[in-house]
Write a protein that binds this ligand. Structure first.
Ligand SMILES: Nc1ncnc2c1ncn2[C@@H]1O[C@H](COP(=O)(O)OP(=O)(O)OP(=O)(O)O)[C@@H](O)[C@H]1O
Ligand SMILES: [Mg+2]
Length: 442
């Protein structure tokens, strides 16, 4: 259905519809003009015949002879096809004696049951002396002409319009399909899958395939530059990780070896800071790695309910320590295609947020209908901040003094995106509800 809607919106389809409308308009006008001309020609030919008939009947100029000729002719004529009448001094004679509206050439409907006259006739009346001589013909020739034109309309014009429309539909549908492919590729590229390319279209290249080739070239260039950037960041990470770890060791050593006092205190603080730097650094690298990767080769069917059960069990002691209870609600079996470790990491991050950012109480971990959610009864996240907290290193003002780097939700967002799922933060009245919804095709 939507395919047809797309096809109707496609430029070739619109052009075709306009051309068909123009063709129909031009053809109808020329058809009507031809019909009118043919009708006029037939009328003038009929007038000539009738004029000649009048001339022949009135050749003698004597009313009695004319009346006789008309009476004879009327007797032989078939009143269904031919009318003859003379309104002379001796009264009207002929095969139609009813009322005669008007004079000159005209088309009139005549009715005379006694004479078998019932229908349309072309009549010509002319004055001969004081009398009026009228001859007429039925309109069968005109009916035949109309029939010919109706047939032309039915068997040439209509099929042509239908064929044109069908052809336009096919072309429109084809180009809509190609535009959809371009749109899909662009969507995949925007959502981070830089390997996406347009399918090859058979046939000679046209404007759409040129646009497609341009998109492919752009994607290849983007893929190459992202790969180069990734390489640089990995190199920096490798180069920096070891000195940072060495520095952490030195500071740790200092903090343990030094006697109690201001110097030892500085070393302990510095050691904690470098630990924080190291974790932040690792988390940033991990997010970049997850965002950079496409749909991983490690994707396997993952039982979300089982995963949630394992994590709830693992985190139960930590939850109890902070005064929380984890309420696990798993209904039905939800299997998704994914990376088990990454999905586990996402659930852990959401659970840790609920434990760290909400006061003691119940934290619900629920899995049902291809969705997983973690809800708490804490202060929640204001609606205006729900997009910002997904950014790297972003933390709400009130969390400035609690431990953390502001990377947990960014990591969840990256993992969710990699699984082509959706992360939705909503109000739990009160508290936060974080939901991961997996698509049907996941
Ligand atoms: N369940 C929650 N309730 C209230 N606020 C939350 C909740 N989860 C996250 N937040 C707010 O969103 C911010 C960002 O969360 P995020 O998980 O990204 O970072 P973090 O928890 O502060 O640090 P990290 O997860 O890196 O240790 C938090 O600092 C906090 O202000
Ligand atoms: Mg967190």
């Amino acid at each position: 259905m939507s395919q047809w809607r797309d096809a109707l919106r496609a430029t070739p389809m619109r052009l075709t519809l306009r051309l068909v409308a123009l063709f129909l308009l031009v053809s109808t006008v020329s058809f009507l003009v031809t019909w009118w001309l043919a009708n006029e020609a037939l009328l003038s030919a009929t007038e000539n015949v009738l004029e000649q008939e009048i001339e022949e009947l009135s050749a003698s100029g004597d009313p009695k002879t004319i009346a006789r000729a008309v009476a004879d002719g009327a007797q032989q004529a078939d009143p269904e096809h031919q009318i003859l009448r003379y309104d002379g001094p001796g009264g009207p004679v002929g095969n139609y004696l009813g009322p005669l509206p008007g004079e000159k050439l005209r088309q009139v409907d005549l009715h005379d049951k006694g004479q078998d006259i019932n229908g349309s006739y072309i009549l010509l009346s002319e004055r001969v002396g004081d009398a009026l001589l009228t001859v007429g013909q039925d309109t069968e020739a005109f009916n035949d002409l109309r029939e010919v034109f109706v047939n032309v309309l039915l068997f040439t014009l209509l099929p042509t319009a239908v064929l044109l429309l069908a052809g336009g539909m096919v072309i429109g549908l084809r180009s809509a399909r190609r535009l959809n492919a371009i749109e899909d590729t662009l969507e995949r590229l925007t959502s981070g899958d830089l390997t996406a390319r347009l399918p090859v279209t058979p046939g000679p290249p046209d404007d759409l395939s040129r646009v497609g080739a341009g998109i492919d070239r752009l994607a290849s260039a983007q893929e190459a530059s992202v790969a180069a950037l990734k390489q640089v960041s990995t190199d920096i990470a490798h180069d920096l990780r070891t000195p940072i770890q060495r520095l952490a060791l030195v500071l740790d050593q200092g903090a343990t070896d030094l006697p109690d006092g201001p110097a030892q205190e500085v070393f302990t603080r510095a050691s904690a800071e470098i630990q924080h730097i190291s974790t932040t650094f690792d988390a940033l690298l991990r997010i970049a790695q997850i965002e950079g990767g496409g749909r991983g080769p490690h994707f396997v069917p993952v039982d979300l309910g089982q995963l949630a059960r394992d994590i709830a069990e693992l985190y139960d002691p930590a939850a109890q320590e902070s005064g929380h209870q984890i309420d696990l609600q798993v209904s039905g079996k939800t299997i998704v295609q994914g990376d088990r470790t990454l999905l586990g990491q996402a659930i852990v991050n959401l659970l840790e947020n609920a434990l760290h950012h909400s006061p003691p109480g119940t934290v619900t971990l629920a899995v049902e209908d291809r969705t997983l959610s973690v809800s708490d009864h804490g202060p929640g996240i204001p609606e205006t901040e729900r997009e910002a907290v997904l950014r790297r290193l972003y933390r709400l003002d009130r969390s400035r003094n609690t431990p953390g780097s502001g990377l947990g939700l960014s990591l969840v967002a990256a993992i969710v995106q990699r699984h082509r799922a959706e992360l939705i933060l909503t109000d739990n009245h009160p508290g936060l509800r974080a939901t991961i919804r997996f698509g049907g095709g996941n």
